[in-house]
Design a binder for this molecule. Sequence first.
Ligand SMILES: Nc1nc2c(ncn2[C@@H]2O[C@H](COP(=O)(O)OP(=O)(O)OP(=O)(O)O)[C@@H](O)[C@H]2O)c(=O)[nH]1
Ligand SMILES: [Mg+2]
Length: 534
Amino acid sequence: MFSIIINRTRPSTRFIPQTFTLQSTPSRHKTTSADPDEPNTDPDAPPKLFVVQPRFRPDSLLKIKLDEALNLANSLEEQRDGYYSTQFSDKDSPPHVVVQNPAYRITRADTYFGPGTVDNIKCHLNALDSKGGVDAVFVNGILTGIQQRNLERAWGKAVLDRVGLIIEIFHAHAQTKEAKLQAELAALMYKRTRLVRIRGSGGRLTFGAAGEAEVVSAKGRGSGGRGFISGAGETELQLQRRRIIERKNQLMSEIQEVRRTRALQRASRKRYGGTHGQHMPTVAIVGYTNAGKSTLVGALSDTHLFCDNRMFATVDTKVRHVILPSGKKVLLSDTVGFISDLPVQLVEAFHATLEEVVEADLLVHVLDSSAPNRDEQRESVLQVLEQIGVSNEKLENMIEVWNKIDLEEDVMTVNEESRCEMNEDLDGWLSTGDEVNWDDASASFVGWKAFEDQPKDVSILSNEVRSDLKPRHEVNSSPSPSPHVKTSGITRVGLQELLELIDDKLKTDKVVERSVFDRKWRPPQKQDTGVVVG
Ligand SMILES: Nc1nc2c(ncn2[C@@H]2O[C@H](COP(=O)(O)OP(=O)(O)OP(=O)(O)O)[C@@H](O)[C@H]2O)c(=O)[nH]1
Ligand SMILES: [Mg+2]
């Protein structure tokens, strides 16, 4: 999708950013080596990213954000013949730098970061160039098209923001036709927001450093379907837009077909899989990426599902049969994981996949109990569930599972830790209604660069940063809900309990809404007004 491996011998399957064409990196490296300084000439090697992490406070939160960013950067890798070339655990941490967070100041419209930070990052990139260089810079924030283009120019590298990288990972990990179509659609919608006019050679307004007007497609240059010849008088911007719309329409109709087939399969699974004339209930396993959903579904159903420490290891839905303690047969559906700031383009494009969740009779929310930001992860998942249209009734009925219980050793959540740090550092100068005294604040946070020139007006801070600054009683106000059951997909602790709980939930009479496709599938019958599960 992006031109981060454009100079390689095999044609790239990635999007070409319209604003930047990557210069050849001298002496590429062979990537099977885990050494980041080793030369890499393999055209299929995963791209090497330099991670730029804006600073967060407290330090515990920064560590979480940085870990996630490094994990995301290492997760971008395409499978070859069904395998990744590198074991995730063998991968080194990508090169990275923590910089001032523009959200704590007024974000610059042109370059996102201030000029000092931009130069600082350029110095890091120059230093890395002497060791073989990197393919692209990953900024763990959300950039506008203009900011992305200006940063690419300043650093001489392709730039990916959080949304762009997550979309790239989905695209790289997609295995089925459905997932590939949806990932391409998401990338296309993202690309549409990045169309930026720049002055090319000869001073004319154009796209791309070389002035090329490319068709945007995950299948590579010039594969964007019909409409290659631009209409008379059509500007390059219009041409780009037209090609995107054409490809989008084509993808949408293919996805619509997939969606229809999926709905029919779902209906038939339910109708014919059950016992005593009842339909077979579906239980969707949802949760933050890497929470252990696939491992848990595999363990519950005694089948193998691909599990990996890479983020978004699963981007397709897999369904498995399970027999509950009561003897009832149910379908467990393992699906794509969520993340904070999940790109809206992905949520829209993956509508067909996410419909499995909306249509499920029961939801099981799997949380990584060892994650220090467990509460934040819970919130992110609930937000996405609401966004995709899961009913309140289903949310209330949802089972919350704390997984990876084998790893839980007095984990202090970030909320607890930040409370402690904030209580220590903010005591005395931050209370309800008080104005923040930034001079005192910076004095309290010795060595905290991001605090050196904070704005005096808290209202200009982003929501995320403002919530960081909540007075103590507000930070304490939302105690962590307790789980319904604690499990480990590895040691199999809690699995029986979880199955019993699912059994119980499905026994209670619930009217389950049927999909449009269900209604179309057969002539209307009396029971179509509502189906009793259990
Ligand atoms: N220690 C421990 N590790 C686990 C457990 N469950 C999963 N893991 C590990 O956590 C990593 C992620 O597991 P997955 O099952 O792929 O997680 P997922 O939620 O399906 O992730 P995505 O598909 O990327 O959303 C893998 O390396 C698993 O081996 C558990 O209960 N305990
Ligand atoms: Mg998975």
